[in-house]
Design a protein around this ligand. Structure first.
Ligand SMILES: Nc1ncnc2c1ncn2[C@@H]1O[C@H](COP(=O)(O)OP(=O)(O)OP(=O)(O)O)[C@@H](O)[C@H]1O
Ligand SMILES: [Mg+2]
Length: 300
């Protein structure tokens, strides 16, 4: 049986930690990386004090599902999520099977492109803010009179910078061309829109709206591949289709219970994040599990 203990933080002595994000730890194995997804959860950009049981394993498996699903459209960095293969790739990982199992992905190390490839099928978040003040997102003129969360006629590509600290800044397609060059721009845009469109159609047929999403790409030798995580609720907005109602913000498929709970608190949305009551954590776990089952058609 796989380890079901909630894991918020861990340490693999002797293996360099390349990066610790809000949710994942990335270890540097030389020409490969090891992504380990914790059970941490963030809301309003702040990490909560406790985790969501199984969230790490679920997110890892959702990403793996999409990498497999999309592999005919674009190459990706995934090597394996199989714990035996992961451990045999690097003997330093041997003592950490129970911490790593299910929540880890071995990937090809790439040189990340300096942009985030965001695709929006619905108008929400920073896109909605930009539209309200300028009528545009990333320099793309949109029709007048759109309501918050409206579906766009066609998905749009709205890149942003990849800031090391603070928030990413939306840039225009022309600015992205200046950064990565015309050919790479066209490639990233075409692939991003294609992957998003396929995923959205698939998820939509099962009751999950993928409102928007963020992809990252990287270079391995001369090839550009999809890296990072893909089409998880952490990198995308998942909305329950049955509650979809344009004209306001939407329920989050996965984090709604957390957000609703946080709104009842007198908390100023700065760290440290509060402790989520067990009931909220459990209900949230069920949402992640549900997303996993709906998308993959499998039990965890
Ligand atoms: N195959 C890869 N090769 C090299 N770097 C990669 C690869 N896949 C992803 N990365 C990089 O690894 C980093 C993962 O960081 P992570 O997403 O955990 O934290 P973050 O983006 O800083 O914060 P957040 O928690 O808000 O996402 C990103 O900078 C991403 O570009
Ligand atoms: Mg990230």
């Amino acid at each position: 049986m796989e380890n079901t203990k909630t894991i918020l933080t861990f340490d693999i002595p002797g293996v360099p930690l390349l990066k610790q994000g809000k949710v994942r730890n990335v270890y540097d194995l030389g020409d490969k990386l090891l992504f380990v997804v914790s059970d941490r959860i963030s809301a309003f950009d702040v990490i909560m004090s406790n985790g969501i049981p199984d969230k790490g394993r679920i997110l890892n498996n959702i990403s793996a599902f999409w990498f497999e699903f999309m592999k005919d459209v674009v190459d990706n960095h995934m090597i394996t999520i199989d714990i035996d293969q992961i451990i045999s790739a690097d003997s330093r990982l041997e003592g950490f099977r129970s911490e790593l199992e299910g929540r880890s992905m071995l990937v090809e190390k790439a040189q990340p492109m300096p942009v985030e490839c965001i695709v929006r099928g619905y108008i929400s978040g920073s896109g909605w803010k930009d539209y309200q003040s300028t009528g545009e997102i990333s320099g793309i003129k949109l029709p007048e009179g759109l309501k918050q969360s409206d579906k766009l006629e066609e998905p749009i590509f709205t890149p942003s910078t990849k800031a090391d600290t603070g928030h990413d800044i939306n840039i225009s397609q022309d600015e992205m061309k200046d950064t990565v060059g015309e050919d790479v721009f066209e490639f990233l845009k075409t692939k991003s829109v294609e992957i998003y469109s396929k995923a959205r159609e698939y998820a939509g047929s099962k009751g999950i709206i993928i409102a928007d999403t963020k992809f990252e790409f990287g270079k391995v030798e001369d090839k550009i591949i999809l890296i990072d995580e893909a089409l998880t609720p952490d990198s995308s907005r998942f909305w329950p289709a049955e509650d979809y109602q344009p004209g306001g913000s939407q329920k989050s498929f996965d984090k709604q219970f957390v957000r609703d709970y946080l709104e009842t608190l007198d908390w100023d949305k700065t760290p440290p994040g509060p402790v989520l009551p067990e009931k909220i954590a459990e209900k949230t776990r069920e949402k992640y599990l549900q997303a996993y089952k709906i998308l993959t058609g499998k039990e965890l």
